[in-house]
Design a protein around this ligand. Structure first.
Ligand code: GLV
Length: 322
């Protein structure tokens, strides 16, 4: 019997690759350290049984058809899956998976890092010190603000929202949250108070976003929502860029309608909206919230496991099909 063919769209940690090879699969990896062009992707998927792809690959019906009738699974190396056309996969009987548990803690750590860096002006202070501008201690040098006793608004209470709450409690933050479903267990355990998004925006000192990108969450935070936030509040985004209307964010930060923002993801990734990089009241990181070596290894293992389970006729734990 021919060996199942697996195509990996970019080099990932080798532990997952080894798992696939140990199964006797014929594993091919894009050798170029860049995202494949559409043309290259269409060509390279021909005849494969499994596709291990990244969030930078748009996988739709055309790619699935180019792969052909043997394709059984599209395994996304990410927790987010807005790059996959799930309907197209379902229609063709193709499994689709993500790597949910892999990055929960790392993303929560990055969100907290952005929150702390915003409140304590760590990025600005670092630039100042390196530029040899530090000429001695001053009472008001880089005055920031306390984090403890402030209110953190969590929008989206999935695994990552939960993990952020656990960390935030240790920093003495009070938690309020909004999600499409109320979570009594969370309320009991973390003292988190459920609120409608508009109330959460009005009451929070820090707002952190942890929703998946879907039609209902695109531009969840726009001009109207930013206007509801406190003038002293900070907005943190480690979810997906289009959850924020970036043009509205630039305008709000220019007017100092909110104190600041810290974002890891961009509406037109990897492009930044005009004016964004010129603002001093925003911290920008290049989509690295899950970028720790331990997390990348876990993601590699989970993606490989999803493929192995599917190719051995099982339904993988991380199936995205409802
Ligand atoms: C990263 O953004 C991920 O979705 O895993």
């Amino acid at each position: 019997m021919a060996k199942p063919k697996v195509y990996v769209t970019r080099m990932i940690c080798d532990n997952g690759i080894k798992m696939l090879k140990d199964q006797g699969y014929d594993v091919k990896i894009n050798p170029l350290d860049r995202v494949l062009t559409r043309k290259e992707l269409l060509k390279n998927v021909k005849g494969i049984d499994a596709l291990l792809c990244l969030l930078t690959d748009k996988i739709d019906g055309e790619i699935m058809d180019a792969a052909g009738k043997n394709l059984k699974i599209v395994a996304n190396f990410a927790v987010g899956f807005d790059n996959l056309d799930l309907e197209a996969a379902k229609k063709r009987g193709i499994m689709a998976t993500n790597t949910p548990q892999g990055s929960t803690e790392a993303v929560a750590e990055h969100a907290m890092g952005l929150l702390l860096a915003s409140a304590r002006r760590i990025v600005e202070a670092d630039k100042f010190t390196r530029a040899n501008k530090y000429k001695g201690w001053k009472p008001f040098l880089f005055i920031g603000e306390d984090v403890h006793d402030k209110t953190l608004g969590i929008i989206g209470l999935g695994r990552i929202g939960f993990a952020v709450a656990a960390r935030a409690l240790c920093f003495g933050l009070k938690i309020v949250y909004h999600d499409v479903v109320r979570n009594p267990e969370f309320e009991a355990k973390f003292g988190g108070k459920f609120m409608e998004t508009s109330d959460l925006l009005k009451q929070s000192d820090f707002v952190t976003l942890h929703v998946p990108l879907m039609p209902s969450t695109r531009h969840l935070i726009g001009k109207k929502e930013l206007a509801l936030m406190k003038k002293s509040a900070y907005l943190i985004n480690t979810s997906r860029g289009p959850v924020i209307d970036e043009k509205a964010l630039v305008a709000a930060l220019k007017k100092k309608q909110i104190a600041g923002a810290a974002i890891d993801v961009y509406e037109f990734e990897p492009k930044l909206s005009p004016g964004l990089a010129k603002l001093s009241n925003i911290i920008l990181t290049p989509h690295i919230a899950s970028a720790t070596i331990e997390t990348r290894r876990k993601m590699s293992e989970i993606a490989a496991q999803n493929i192995i389970e599917t190719l051995s006729g099982k339904t993988p734990v991380h199936s995205l099909h409802k």
